[in-house]
Design a protein around this ligand. Sequence first.
Ligand SMILES: Cc1cc2nc3c(=O)[nH]c(=O)nc-3n(C[C@H](O)[C@H](O)[C@H](O)COP(=O)(O)OP(=O)(O)OC[C@H]3O[C@@H](n4cnc5c(N)ncnc54)[C@H](O)[C@@H]3O)c2cc1C
Length: 494
Amino acid sequence: METTSFTYKTGPCSDVLIIGGGLAGMYSALAAAESGAAVRILCKSKTGGSGNSVVAMSVHRFAPDAPGLREDYRRRFLASGAGQQDAEIAAFFVDHAAAAMERLRGLGLPLEYRTLSENGGEYPYLACCSPKQGRILTKAVREKLNEYPNITVEDGVTVCDILTENGRAQGVLALCGGEMRVYPAKTLILCCGGAGNVYAATSNTHDVTGDGYAMAARCGLPLRGMEFVQFYPYRIYSPKRADIFPDLFDHGAVLRNEKGERFMDCAKYPMKELENRDVVARAEFAEKEVRLDLSGCDKAYLERECPNIARMARDNPDKPLLIRPVAHFFMGGVPLRTDCSTDVAGLYACGEVTGGLHGANRLAGSALTETVVFGAIAGKNAAEYAAADADTPETAAAAGRVLSTYPELGTDPLRDLRDDLRETMQKDASVIRTKEGMEQALGEIDKIKAALCERRPASLAKWNELRNMLLTAEGVTRAALERKESLGAHCRAD
Ligand SMILES: Cc1cc2nc3c(=O)[nH]c(=O)nc-3n(C[C@H](O)[C@H](O)[C@H](O)COP(=O)(O)OP(=O)(O)OC[C@H]3O[C@@H](n4cnc5c(N)ncnc54)[C@H](O)[C@@H]3O)c2cc1C
């Protein structure tokens, strides 16, 4: 690749610089600010209005310290991870979830305790007051940030690379509009979410493109468990897009194939549509078409809890509500530690960008709890690290090294390469995987990488996003090829 010399401006130095404006980012900002640090959030989109935290269905699962309940949660959490979790971290998480939920509620946010009917049991969780929409919570947390004069929020800033020197984080290189900026910082918290958009069909918001995995990998961090991608089986994609809360199937909704058969109603699936997500996703994957049938559904429940779906059905009486499994959650990522540190000194990580907590599959409702439990820890520890550190961050040499790898600009929108990558991953590395398919996918990824080196991108932001998606897709596919047995959300057909 031809090299070029970009110029950049240098922004102010932060004690704690947070990459990502989802729930993990905002919650870690609150904790760092409470510890007295000068905090800056850089968000590619809009802090509190972007990322999967906004579209989440607002289930924050936890277990109170009551006889049997916590043990049951621990057992179910570990069973879901199929032995691939870091046991110490899983136990830590289960033990800290209830207190973290109580602290979250103590912020005076619009949350209430509820119970979830699942597999014949009733389980506690914290949720936004009706309707269950993550954006109600993220908006409230975003408003909380305004109460702290030591938090600065910069939206529309894409972090492209983490700058390191001698194994220590020094700051980041970011794009703001067409302008390059270096932001020096004493500590960084990486929390830019997962990577659903490496697949053509996803429930994720458009800004979730694997940037965190790729940035971590580029600064030498290993990633763990990247083959474990959860596919959500309850996504309506036509006539409009919407996610269904699985509770709906407890209130009379059913899935049917194009012949009208309720294909989950057989001895193989005792829990019917409420089988584990990966089981339902695989059953759907085998059908030509899957429809949501609301004819037997409790109408009052539907109107109250899923007003968007009730409206969609009302507005389109002649159109079937079509469903397909979509890339939903990445269990893998930057190895999570209980103190949220990483192998790069001064770099912390929390939220979906981390891996190891959920193992091979995630128990529903535990990702939002994770952002809160570990967001608080990352923020506090990063602030303490910054307070104890007298060194001034040194960014110039690292910025020069990184910029020498950036391409000449031209006019190419790169859209075809992005589409090719997403379709390839969907076809060959999604719900059901084979050696042959994944080898084809890797071949295609190599071709797209080679093409990206030849092209002159119209926008550095698009180029950066695509290189991140490629690195993430390659990581997922290589890990999936390596793992020959089916486990959790990873299913091998060969
Ligand atoms: C439809 C849906 C429903 C869900 N429902 C639930 C649920 O009910 N319960 C549950 O536990 N989990 C749920 N999840 C999962 C959960 O929402 C996510 O795992 C969680 O919100 C991740 O939070 P996060 O802060 O780590 O990342 P996100 O909320 O995804 O935020 C990532 C942030 O990083 C920013 N960003 C990305 N790249 C960059 C960059 N290069 N530079 C700067 N900023 C960047 C993004 O703009 C965004 O602000 C759901 C997920 C989806 C998709």
